[in-house]
Design a protein around this ligand. Structure first.
Ligand SMILES: NC(=O)c1ccc[n+]([C@@H]2O[C@H](COP(=O)([O-])OP(=O)(O)OC[C@H]3O[C@@H](n4cnc5c(N)ncnc54)[C@H](O)[C@@H]3O)[C@@H](O)[C@H]2O)c1
Ligand SMILES: [Zn+2]
Length: 361
């Protein structure tokens, strides 16, 4: 089992990564000072597949395991979802030592993490990520939250988990689209931080698509190490953490313009990374050769045929995005593979040109 650490002083926590490790979680939890009441939050699709495994995994270790099942999908990241969890915890008279387990993808992680952040001013929670995106990104770093009618992730809190327990075996039941989504974020880590990770993906992308577990273990480990390092340096996104937004400034605009349909989050980020790399090329920050390496890797995902977007409305959505700073858009742009810098001097025309480019290429 791989064991990493997110260094955040008193809020430091371990990340465990391995194959078929879920049945060892309850034993590890018994080493912590948690009450014997466990509240586990999951979604309806995951519960269908893993309900029995969850029950078996805790048998004999806890006095009470209460499983809260929310509907699968982004809509559960809502006040109603938080109400469902918190009301149940109050009914169960959970005290402040309760452990909330988020068993699922980023939706369950963000929702259950937020409920844990505000229940009785904050209780323990544990991330058990079951999607590739959650294993490489959303389960680490302590951003929790829900959506509002006016936008995604507008309500939330920084609340770090007590541990992250990543069982790679869960990925075997994940639809291919969700694997591609997680890969979008992994490619992002390569471009912003680690050229070696990027060349590993160039050389091994086929075995990664086939879920070769040695490759996947390396990718999850390396991605978590990078995210942990960035978060340790800048937990609340005052500076360095903004580099994790590479591909997201335009990616979020594309997701919003497409109504969060057809493209998954990671796929929108892939398109966003291509567009933002094109801006970096135009601004002469990035060389032609490095741009082509990024473009070639992203082209394997064949996303052009799914892209039905109007550059002007993508730009409008981007401007209303919460990351817009006093009307100016911020971009993390690659200066070489493995390095990005943050810029706020990109013109609307450059953004439009880059979106037109990705529509055609
Ligand atoms: N907190 C953060 O730092 C952070 C970072 C990135 C993304 N996010 C959030 O994460 C969410 C997206 O997360 P996601 O991509 O994991 O989506 P998700 O949680 O909706 O999961 C995707 C789908 O896969 C299903 N699923 C999950 N695990 C499965 C498994 N092992 N086998 C079969 N099906 C499974 C789910 O039921 C769902 O239908 C967004 O809401 C986004 O805002 C948060
Ligand atoms: Zn993302």
């Amino acid at each position: 089992m791989i064991n990493l650490k997110v260094e955040l002083g008193d809020n430091s926590y371990p990340i465990f990564i391995g194959e078929k490790i879920f049945d060892k979680l309850s034993e590890t939890l018994s080493l912590y000072d948690f009450s014997k009441k466990i509240v586990l939050v999951t979604d309806s699709d995951i519960y269908k597949i893993y309900g029995d495994l969850i029950e078996r995994g805790f048998a004999g270790f806890v006095e009470l395991l209460d499983i809260i099942v929310v509907p699968s999908g982004e809509k559960s990241k809502s006040f109603a979802g938080v109400d469902q969890i918190i009301s149940r915890m109050l009914e169960l008279q959970c005290d402040r030592n309760v452990a909330v387990i988020a068993f699922g993808g980023g939706v369950v992680g963000d929702l259950a993490g937020f409920a844990a952040a505000i229940y009785k001013r904050g209780v323990n929670y544990i991330q058990v990520p079951t999607t590739l995106l959650a294993q490489v990104d959303s389960s680490v770093g302590g951003k929790t939250g829900i959506n509002h009618a006016l936008g995604k992730n507008l309500i939330g809190s920084f609340h770090q988990p007590k541990l992250v327990w990543s069982d790679l075996d869960f990925l075997n039941s994940l639809p291919e689209k969700e694997i591609r989504s997680g890969l979008g974020e992994i490619i992002k880590y390569g471009v912003i931080w680690d050229e070696k990770l990027f060349s590993f993906l160039e050389e091994n992308i086929n075995s990664v698509f086939e879920l070769d577990m040695d490759s996947i273990a390396y990718l999850v480990k390396r991605s978590c190490e990078i995210k942990a390092e960035v978060v340790a340096q800048d937990e609340r996104e005052f500076g360095l953490r903004m580099i994790l937004n590479f591909g997201h400034t335009i990616g979020h605009g594309i997701e919003a313009e497409m109504g969060y349909k057809i493209l998954s989050h990671g796929e929108a980020v892939l398109v966003g990374m291509l567009a933002e790399s094109k801006i970096a090329l135009e601004m002469e920050l990035l060389s032609q050769i490095e741009f082509e390496r990024i473009a070639n890797l992203i082209s394997i995902f064949n996303l052009k045929k799914k892209l039905k977007i109007n550059p002007d409305s993508v730009l409008e959505f981007m401007q209303s995005d919460k990351k817009a700073l006093e009307g100016k858009l911020r971009f993390a742009l690659p200066t070489q593979i493995g390095k990005v810098e943050v810029f706020d001097n990109v013109s609307n025309d450059q953004v439009r040109r880059s979106i037109n480019y990705v529509i055609k290429h």
